[in-house]
Structure formats: C-alpha cells, structure tokens
Design a protein around this ligand. Structure first.
Ligand code: SF4
Length: 449
C-alpha cells in the first residue's frame, strides 16, 4: 500500500449509461485534485473503483462478476475496492454484508467525499483494521456545478444539466438511487460550453435522467439548448434522456429549426398498451404518444426517432404486447433498444406487482420485436442510399483502422474507406451513401459516386 508521500494509483471501471460515464469524469477530476493518479492497468492499482448501474440486470450482474474476480487480487496484496453510483445507493446493505471485500460505497451525490473515504480505508488497511467507508446520502442540491469533468478525449463532451428524477416510473430505480430532480444554473452551463468549444470539442451532449424537465428560474430546456447551440465552435448539440411528457412546442421548434441541434429525438415508449403504460406510471397513452410523434414529424419529417421498449412487464398479456408491436410497425422508429423486464429491488413494481410473465414469453416477445425493428431499421437506412450525408468524424472504425467512423446528424453510424476520404476526428465531411445495413451507413467521397 502507498504511503502518504507516494500517489495512490486508481483504476476506475464504468458500467451503464452516459450519465455514469460523465460521473466517472467527475470522479476522476475530484480525485486527481486530491493527488490520486489514474491507471488503465488493474494489476498496478492500489484502489479499484466500479461506477455501477442498477437499471439493467445485465450491468448489475457484470458488477457482481467483477467483484468476485477482485477477491483473488485482494488476497494477494493490499487493495481498496470501492463501489460507486446507483448500485452503491440501492444495495448498500447487500454490498457491505455479502461482499466483505468492498471497502468504500459512495452514492451518486457523495463523490466529493470519495478522496477522504478512500484515504481512510487505505489507512485502516495499513493498521490492520477493517473500517468501511460509506457515503450514500442523497442530496436535494448537489449538481457538481463547480467541478470541471476530467473529460475523455474525442469530439463529444457531456454536460449534465440536471440530476435525479421525480417521475417514479414503476419499473425504475433512478428516483431512489439518484434522488429528486435538480437543475444547474444556465449561466454556468453556457460558460462550460464555451470552455468545451475552446478545448476543441465539436459536439456537446446535454445529459440528465429526465433532461427535458430542466428548469432553473425562468429557463426551461428549450431556452437552455438553444443557448448552448449558439456557442461558436460547437457543430452539434444532442440531448438524452428525455421523457415524452416534456416536449412543449418551443422545444420541438428548437430541434426542428436550429442548425446546430441534431435532428434526432430519443423518445422512450416502453409499451404501446395503455393498461401497461398506466401500471408503469408513464403518464401518457398510446394515442398521446402517437400525437407527439405526429407533431414532431409535421414540424420536420427528417427527424430521426429512436426509442426504448420493455417486453414482459408485470401483467403484460399477449394483447398488450400486440399493441406495442403494432405501434412499432406504425411509427417505424429508426432504432430501438428492446429489453426484457427484470424486477429491480425497491421499485414500485417490485412492491406492487408480480413479475408474472415467464422468461420464455419475455424472450419470444423480445425476439419478435427485435426482428421487426431490425427490418424497419434496414428499410429506414436504405432511404439514405444515393443521398449525401454530413458526418462528424469520430475516429477509426472498430473493425478496421483502414476505415473511418463518424455519426450522421441523426446519430446513425457511418463508415468509409480512409484511403478515399481524407479526414481527422472533429472534421465535418459530406459522404455519399452507397450501401446500408440495419445499423450502419457506408459512405464514399461524393466525387466517387
Ligand atoms: S423518467 Fe422514469 S425511466 Fe426515466 S429515470 Fe425517471 S423514473 Fe426512470
């Protein structure tokens, strides 16, 4: 274990959503200010932190798997293990009882205390004690407005403009793990956007658990996103994750007309059945959701729509599922994240309803919907064939360094052959689309087409 004169090395792993990626940037910033050094190499680390997600079963299981792997490492050498984020908040008893190897638990509102908790845990280990550090209180005010995130390199910078959620969808743990909604001062956000532009980032993604419910004095989300989109040097502004109930006309008009705000809206549907939407506490009906989609596409027909859908929520009958299926057929989203319902501890659904759709039926429904959506995504992407698409270059394609990768305005991945198109990350290039798949557009220089 390091002495106080040598910096401790920290390895940080992040699970879950973009908000967690952003929170890891905050954690790195806070800990670097306190003298900690970060390492990609787990074997070299004195401290291993996991920034966790409690929303999806998959991310939750991965954290448990990683924790069991750390047991061996911890037997070999002094090591402080910390669990941060939503799981720390939601499973505090389970994690400290079942996982004696966890030394520090810090919830999403407690990151400022993390350096102190880790130093205390390190000292306790040196002294042969087993003192746990626990900070999981939720705050009504914490927005980390004064912490400049230690951002990952790239073309995109995230800014969390609000935290928490007051919606209490019955399947969701976020209101319990991240607390009540609170928004940041718009002036601080706009100043941060100017600094981001000066650092060379080209895109800003505004984040929040319920981003479009942003409100600070007389500022709403439409006013905020427009002000951020007006910052010189920023080529694109995106936002996630919104709730369908918070799309007043001025926000839709801002998306439709401001040249820098991307023509893309993620509109989580969750279910097409009014009965299930009611038990999910989503506060809209099938008809209201369809009316919102109509309003969006009437303002601008080329807005790219994506969604989230849960299959097999408590009490979902075949007829309920068919309503979801039909709505997906009708709206023809460009893409959809389709999940099987899995009960999350402490949610309204866990307390009130029975998780009564069998695993087999959930799998069948997910598979049917996934197949439908894949065909729709293929068709929607084919609409780009022989068109020219502006693409913000992000870097190399995952599969080959000979190919470049970027995103269209609608957030669709575009791939091209680097030998034919010269570009570097942050450039905006126009590509002629010559081929497509369900997830990707393939482009070439317009002169070649
Ligand atoms: S809006 Fe609903 S699904 Fe989204 S974070 Fe809030 S409670 Fe969860």
């Amino acid at each position: 274990m390091k002495t106080t004169s040598t910096p401790a090395h920290v390895h940080l792993e992040t699970f879950g959503c973009q908000m967690n990626e952003y929170d890891s940037e905050l954690v790195r910033s806070l800990m670097k200010q306190d003298g900690f050094v970060f390492t990609e190499d787990r074997e070299r680390a004195d401290v291993i932190l996991m920034n966790t997600c409690a929303i999806r079963e998959n991310a939750h299981n991965k954290v448990y798997l990683h924790l069991s792997e750390l047991k061996k490492l911890k037997r070999q050498r002094p090591l402080v293990v910390g669990v941060l984020g939503c799981m720390a908040q939601n499973l505090k008893e389970e994690l400290t009882d079942i996982q004696p190897l966890v030394d520090v638990l810090a919830g999403p509102d407690a990151y400022r205390q993390l350096p102190m908790l880790i130093r205390t845990a390190m000292r306790s280990q040196e002294e042969g004690l087993d003192q746990k550090g626990l900070a999981v209180d939720l705050s009504e005010y914490e927005t980390y407005h004064d912490v400049e995130p230690d951002r990952n390199d790239g073309v995109n910078a995230w800014i969390a403009v609000m935290r928490g959620c007051d919606n209490f969808c019955s399947f969701c743990v976020v209101p319990y793990t991240r607390g009540r909604e609170r928004s940041r001062d718009p002036q601080g956000i706009i100043q941060e956007a100017h600094r981001i532009a000066a650092q060379g980032f080209k895109q800003i993604t505004l984040l929040g658990q319920n981003v479009n419910s942003y409100r600070f004095d007389d500022w709403d989300f439409a006013r905020l996103i427009t002000a951020v989109a007006d910052v010189p040097g920023i080529l694109r502004v995106r936002f996630t994750s919104p709730h369908p109930k918070d799309f007043p006309l001025p926000l839709l008009e801002a998306v439709a007309s401001h040249p820098t705000i991307c023509k893309q809206i993620h509109l989580p549907l969750q279910s097409g059945s009014d009965r299930i939407l009611g038990s999910m506490n989503r506060t809209y009906t099938n008809r209201e959701y369809r009316a919102l989609v109509d309003r969006i596409l009437t303002l601008r027909s080329d807005i790219v729509l994506s969604t989230d859908i849960i299959c097999g929520f408590c009490g979902e009958s075949d007829a309920d599922f068919e309503e979801t299926y039909r709505l997906v057929e009708e709206i023809r989203f460009h893409s959809a994240f389709i999940f099987k319902y899995s009960e999350r501890k402490n949610t309204i659904a866990a307390r009130k309803y029975s998780d009564d759709v069998t695993a087999t039926v959930k799998t069948e429904r997910v598979t049917r919907l996934f197949d439908l959506q894949r065909n729709i995504s293929c068709e929607r992407n084919r609409e780009y064939l022989k068109t020219t698409v502006p693409v913000l270059v992000e870097g190399d394609a995952k599969r080959s360094a000979a190919q470049g990768m970027g995103k269209s305005d609608g957030n669709i991945t575009v791939i091209w052959d680097k030998s034919a198109v010269s570009s570097k990350p942050g450039d905006m290039v126009s590509l002629a689309i010559y081929d497509t798949s369900s997830t990707t557009l393939y482009g070439e220089s317009p002169q070649l087409s």
